[in-house]
Design a binder for this molecule. Structure first.
Ligand code: PRP
Length: 176
């Protein structure tokens, strides 16, 4: 069995602290409104799970699955809808939860798709933002961390389907 431990970029403790802060900000912004939280699979599952525990408002949880990377480290340029939400979001307050905004293509495609369904409002929470690769301008309402141009893994993020289970954000080293 391989014994490879990736270098830590953002620790479990730093992530937990930041998620608590984001949860407080979201709780304050939504007063008593019900929120439809859309978790963008697969990468956002861990961030979403921890974040909604810190949102002290009624939440309805939905999942959507989009994919653009396949098994490589670069975006393919095409976003595939693999699984849609089941709820009708017309007139609802929607909070989309992403793990990372990189080129911005995935989230731009998703936000355009959701806007056609006439929600009352749509906001975005993303654990990570990598400005170096950005091609499509995106407003992130609740951002965890801005990071350098490194291929990151862990806390939901994968490389070729691996490393999602790491409790921290790590950096993928070439050759591993
Ligand atoms: C990753 C990540 C974001 C997207 C960000 O998803 O989870 O959704 O890429 O990249 P972009 O800003 O360049 O579009 P991926 O396609 O790897 O699917 P996954 O979440 O199932 O791993």
């Amino acid at each position: 069995m391989e014994m490879y431990t990736p270098e830590v970029l953002i620790s479990e403790e730093e992530i937990a602290l930041r998620i608590s802060e984001l949860g407080r900000a979201i709780t304050n912004d939504y007063e008593n409104e019900e929120l439809v939280v859309i978790c963008v699979l697969k990468g956002a599952f861990m961030f979403c799970s921890d974040l909604i525990k810190k949102i002290n408002r009624p939440v309805r949880l939905e999942f959507i699955s989009l994919s653009s990377y396949g098994d490589g480290t670069n975006s393919s340029g095409n976003v595939r809808l693999e699984m849609d939400i089941t709820a009708n979001i017309e007139g609802k307050h929607v909070l989309v939860i992403e793990d990372i905004v990189d080129t911005g293509l995935t989230i731009k495609t998703l936000l355009n798709m959701l806007a056609l369904r006439k929600p009352s409002s749509v906001k975005l929470a993303s654990l990570l933002f990598k400005p170096a690769k950005l091609k499509h301008r995106v407003d992130i309402n609740y951002l965890g961390f801005e990071i350098e141009d490194k291929f990151v893994i862990g806390f939901g993020l994968d490389y070729a389907g691996r490393y999602r289970e790491l409790p921290y954000i790590g950096v993928l080293n070439a050759g591993n």
